[in-house]
Design a protein around this ligand. Structure first.
Ligand code: FAD
Length: 363
């Protein structure tokens, strides 16, 4: 009988880990209290922002770059196996500076990225508008990150769940795990409905709820929810094609004319409210960056809970108890970090070397 892994949570992280463990010959059960991909993973904008999202050189940047490098292949693998398009678009991200102070920030960011050997194009206003004519004339310039791409997270989550099921993964949707079952210094399964469900390893991938589980040992940091609201409009035909990143938010055009505008960053517990003030801020930000969006049609709005940690780093790797692993706390970058996270946890569980220094992310 192959070894058995239980994964708590079937968002992008749980499914990415399941996918790789199934390929490695493990038996996998995913326990999900709702539906696969129902929470933060379905709420995300899908920017693969290894450069646009990261503010300094270091281990977190390395992790993001390693995952970004894998994305095209990861998307292709999912699409070939499931026939579901995950909306991978090599759109590039334009980080727009609206005033001289933002221009100085952008120049400083470009400087360290170029020193690190990353691709950045520093564009003045005319060059930026030649690349993306829909951009506001009221800007001083933009950094262009041609290697930051995008996916559609809802489609990605569906494709992941479909692939995991095809590989033989067992989903128990509607299963709320109460905690991990610990015997001596080893995790032997999870507590579910008053009984223990046994496994050789347990992977915690419960997003913003990850550290509410009973029986967890003390960790480096805890996970807490940070809400983000997103607004979706429709433009037909599409008005622009690059992801536009400002210092107050971003605007993401999909190839089919949908445009996502985001996002807020709110500490409001597990409340996923869409608020008047939040939407007002997002609309103002979006129209400032791309004024032509004033003619876009309203479609829908939603909010999701990012799994944030006290120190801004994910919780990734082998836990302080034997048999316990963590794939959580990816905050604003979980869509980007799904491919590398799946591989890292597979390698640790199966005794291989993941080839990356995981010390900064240790549980
Ligand atoms: C508004 C917004 C915009 C974002 N934009 C981007 C972006 O552009 N790019 C990017 O890379 N990232 C983005 N993110 C971040 C990204 O969405 C998250 O980092 C990522 O989805 C986290 O995935 P996860 O699988 O850890 O969590 P989730 O998707 O939240 O999945 C966790 C799952 O665990 C389940 N669960 C929890 N506890 C239990 C339990 N006890 N028993 C059973 N099941 C349980 C939940 O029901 C849930 O389905 C954004 C997030 C938000 C909210």
């Amino acid at each position: 009988m192959p070894e058995h892994a239980i994964i708590i949570g079937a968002g992008v992280m749980g499914c990415a880990v399941a996918h790789r463990l199934l390929e490695a010959g493990w038996r996998v059960t995913l326990l999900e209290r709702s539906l696969p991909g129902a929470e933060s993973s379905a709420a995300a904008a899908g920017i693969l922002g290894a450069q646009s999202e990261v503010s300094e050189d270091g281990p977190f940047l390395e992790l993001c770059l390693a995952s970004r490098e894998r994305y095209r292949q990861f998307a292709r693998e999912l699409e070939e196996a499931t026939d579901i398009s995950v909306g991978y678009e090599a759109s590039g991200v334009l980080e727009v500076a609206l005033n001289p102070a933002e221009g100085r920030l952008a120049a400083g960011r470009a400087e360290w990225m170029l020193a690190r050997g990353l691709r950045v194009e520093l564009l003045d206003r005319e060059e930026a508008r030649r690349l993306e004519p829909a951009l506001t004339t009221a800007m001083v310039g933009a950094n262009f990150y041609p290697e930051d791409h995008q996916v559609d997270p809802v489609a990605l989550s569906r494709a992941q769940a479909s692939l995991v099921a095809r590989l033989g993964g067992k989903f128990l949707s509607g299963s709320h795990v109460q905690g991990v079952a610990v015997v001596a210094d080893r995790v032997e399964g999870v507590r579910l409905g008053g009984a223990t469900l046994g496994a050789d390893v347990v992977v915690v991938a419960g997003g913003a709820w990850s550290t509410l589980l009973d029986g967890l040992p003390p960790l480096r940091t805890w996970v807490k929810p940070m809400s983000g609201q997103i607004l979706q409009w429709i433009t037909r035909p599409p008005l622009f094609r690059h992801v536009v990143y400002g210092y107050k938010g971003y605007v993401v055009p999909r190839a089919d004319g949908r445009v996502l505008l985001g996002s807020t960053l709110e500490d409001r517990g597990f409340d996923k409210a869409v608020t008047a003030a939040g939407l007002n801020r997002i609309v103002g930000m979006g129209l400032e960056l791309v004024p032509a969006l004033g003619e876009a049609r309203w479609d829908q709005a939603w909010a999701g809970l990012r799994p944030s940690t006290g120190d801004g780093r994910p919780i990734l790797g082998r836990g302080p108890l034997a048999g316990l692993f963590f794939a959580t706390g990816h905050f604003r970058n979980g869509i980007l970090l799904a491919p590398i996270t799946g591989e890292i946890i597979r390698d640790l569980v199966t005794g291989r070397d993941p080839g990356l220094d995981l010390t900064p992310f240790a549980p």
